[in-house]
Design a protein around this ligand. Structure first.
Ligand SMILES: *Cc1c(COP(=O)(O)O)cnc(C)c1O
Length: 220
């Protein structure tokens, strides 16, 4: 299977509301160019350095999505061009994104990463924390960021029922938080689904699937 065929297959499975983010981490720019030539315009990377290296080597109409954990001291490198940050997991990080965005006269769209999987991880808010961040007075002053939705990763398991439940829970939280009336909160994206579970994710309301290996093959 070629990259172009894989992209076409996946695109044909997506409802109109759902966008494909081609996850290009560890892949050389030649393969990203191939995906671009097949029509992809949204690329996801999980490391700042890799994104910063690849971005200038590829066409300028690509929208770059940061999907991995972001350290505050690295925000400055991606602030000039990043399209969407999926992995905001603290107020401190949001404040730094705001600061760097304003230096570039930009407003950077962000998603809050929500911890929905069973596995232990340091990253992501729980539901209470997400509510309190989106209701906190501090948010008002962050005029160079816009929180446009949520991102989550389901447990790495073969149990489809469990995966579906985790996505469903995230969609419920998304629906609750969508009602918030705050100047820099405007929910429109729910980023959930990867190669192994994107079909379940779209059934549960995903608007963005982040797909790597199903396009480019397995990573070493
Ligand atoms: C790597 C990665 C993906 C894509 O994973 P695949 O299984 O290759 O589709 C999606 N989301 C995040 C956050 C990732 O780090």
């Amino acid at each position: 299977m070629t990259i172009a065929t894989n992209i076409r297959t996946i695109e044909s499975q997506l409802p109109d509301r759902t966008k494909l983010i081609a996850v290009t981490k560890t892949k050389p720019v030649a393969l990203l160019q191939e995906a671009y030539d097949a029509g992809c315009r949204r690329f996801g990377e999980n490391k700042v350095q890799e994104m910063v290296e690849k971005q200038p080597q590829l066409p300028s109409d690509i929208e770059w999505h940061l999907i991995g954990h972001l350290q505050t001291n690295k925000v400055k490198y991606i602030a000039p061009f990043v399209g969407l940050i999926h992995s905001v997991d603290s107020l401190k990080l949001l404040q730094e994104i705001n600061k760097q965005a304003s230096r570039h006269q930009r407003v950077i769209d962000c998603l809050l990463q929500i911890h929905i999987a069973e596995e232990e991880t340091k990253f992501g808010f729980d539901e209470t924390q997400a509510h309190s961040l989106l209701n906190s007075p501090e948010l008002e002053s962050l005029t160079s960021v816009r929180v446009v939705g949520l991102m989550g990763m389901a447990t790495n398991t073969d149990d489809e029922t469990q995966i579906r439940q985790e996505f469903r829970r995230l969609k419920q939280l998304y629906d609750q938080l969508s009602g918030l009336q705050r100047p820099n909160v405007r929910f429109r994206e729910l980023s959930m689904g990867m190669s192994s579970d994107y079909l379940i994710a779209i059934e549960e309301g995903s608007t963005m699937v982040r797909v790597g290996s199903a396009i480019f093959g397995t990573r070493n």
